[in-house]
Design a protein around this ligand. Structure first.
Ligand SMILES: Cc1cc2nc3c(=O)[nH]c(=O)nc-3n(C[C@H](O)[C@H](O)[C@H](O)COP(=O)(O)O)c2cc1C
Length: 421
């Protein structure tokens, strides 16, 4: 018995029950998502910092033009005038989504991870544009993450694809789920799937740095399944966070989960967006290297490697070019922390000073210098081969996907060794 004995039924279609979770900023690349799609599963792209991602991928100049437009503001702590041009945002989103969905060749699907906590100094308008442009460009599904804006569904209810696009939510407790469902029931638009993300996941967490250890994914999944049964709701449940082997996945499917969402194993795939040198850091990580901290200005806890370069230096806020985390008043907690650190530093301090416990996440993520990861990152070395030069072989996304699909008794099949030239 393995994962391949199961299928995930969603909206009249059947999928292999493996979903690669969204990993911003462009860690879950189009190529990674398309590998899952080709193999019959579901792959996410993430629209975090989509304009910066387009600049990297297509040579567009969204970021430099925005920075130029607001150049006079760079030394101002007040960022309230820094706005995203909604037409350009839609343009970037459509470019990125169509570049991905137009290359589908399999029976799977491409979903978009949409972090609602990217408030972009105009949260409702920018979220609406992001979701509508993704639907216009043909995205198969949208997974609402980090922030669960209860108005999200209202924002897109006039769109012609509102009832056809698949909409999922990520929750970490039954409480968050029941609040969201009340709103959804009023709109007669329930989510098509529910990702239950436990405390071992990568990225932002729905738990605090001090209490995550007192929760476990298994119990939250059991509670969620029981809650839905009690409410007579038939919505697929998808556990995520710490599912490291195909057998871990199988156990959830046997419990009644419809599919599983996984990410950390794929961070080292050749198709993933992290630079190869960073993938080697993930592979070399030991458990003690991982921390759950509050460095993210979102206010959510985040798991990352302690060695992340972004934790080692203070960087001048880059909101004129980026600015994805500015709230509706143009504020971001990093800006305050940065200026406080700048003003209190001693004259002899290095120009590269540290902003303690805070990071400019927009810059850190866009430069691949914030090394977020799941709790199981220290086990990645079990999944591949060490090469004669001491580095690790990077598996393909297909290697990892098929291992999840076919593994039994917690075995992990390493990729075929390729001879180094
Ligand atoms: C490098 C990395 C980046 C992530 N970025 C995001 C993100 O931008 N948005 C999001 O909702 N989840 C994000 N996640 C969470 C994953 O989508 C996924 O739900 C979770 O990590 C699954 O657990 P696993 O990594 O233990 O397999 C990220 C995870 C990793 C490892």
């Amino acid at each position: 018995m393995n994962v391949n004995n199961f299928r995930f039924r969603l909206g009249g279609k059947e999928f292999v029950p493996i979903i690669i979770g969204g990993m911003g900023v462009n860690i879950s690349t189009s190529e990674l998502a398309l590998s899952a799609e080709r193999l019959g599963g579901i792959g996410h792209i993430s629209d975090a910092e989509v304009m910066a991602v387009c600049d990297q991928m297509f040579g567009t100049t969204y970021v430099s033009e925005k920075r130029l437009k607001y150049a006079a503001n760079v030394n101002n702590r007040d960022k309230s005038i820094v706005q995203f041009d909604l037409e350009l945002l839609a343009d970037a989103q459509k470019r990125f989504v169509s570049h991905t969905v137009n290359r589908k060749t399999g029976n799977g699907a491409i979903f978009m991870n949409c972090m609602e906590k990217l408030t972009m100094n105009n949260s409702s308008a920018t979220l609406k544009v992001r979701m509508e442009a993704a639907m216009d460009a043909g995205i198969d599904g949208i997974t609402l993450a980090a922030g669960l804006n209860l108005r999200s569904l209202d924002l897109i209810c006039e769109h012609e694809r509102f009832r056809d696009v698949k909409i999922g939510i990520i929750i970490s407790s039954v409480r968050a789920l029941s609040i969201f469902l009340k709103r959804a029931i009023r709109l007669q638009r329930l989510p098509d799937y529910i990702v239950v993300e436990g405390p071992l996941a990568g990225g932002h967490l729905g738990f605090s740095p001090t209490d995550w250890q007192s929760y476990n994914l298994n119990s939250i999944v059991i509670d969620t399944l029981a809650f839905l049964k009690k409410e007579n709701l038939d919505i697929p449940v998808i556990p995520a966070g710490g599912i490291f082997t195909g057998t871990d996945a199988l156990e959830y499917l046997q419990m009644g989960a419809a599919a599983v969402q996984v990410a950390t194993r794929f961070t080292i795939a050749r198709e993933a967006g992290l630079p190869d040198v960073v993938k080697q850091h993930y592979l070399n990580a030991i458990e003690e290297d991982v921390e759950v901290n509050t460095a993210s200005p979102t206010g959510y806890a985040m798991r990352m490697l302690k060695q992340s370069p972004t934790l080692q230096y203070g960087i001048k806020p880059n909101c004129e070019g980026l600015g994805y985390l500015l709230d509706n008043e143009g504020k971001c907690s990093y800006i305050e922390a940065y200026y406080q650190a700048l003003e209190s530093r001693t004259p002899e301090a290095d120009t590269r000073f540290v902003v303690k416990c805070h990071t400019c996440l927009c810059t850190g993520m866009s430069r691949y210098e914030c090394w977020t990861c799941g709790h199981t990152v220290s086990r990645l070395k079990e999944t591949t081969n060490r090469l004669p030069d001491g580095s690790w072989q990077l598996p393909s996304a297909e290697d990892i996907f098929l291992d999840y699909l076919k593994s039994e008794n917690h075995s992990i099949r390493k990729p075929e060794i390729v001879k180094q030239p």
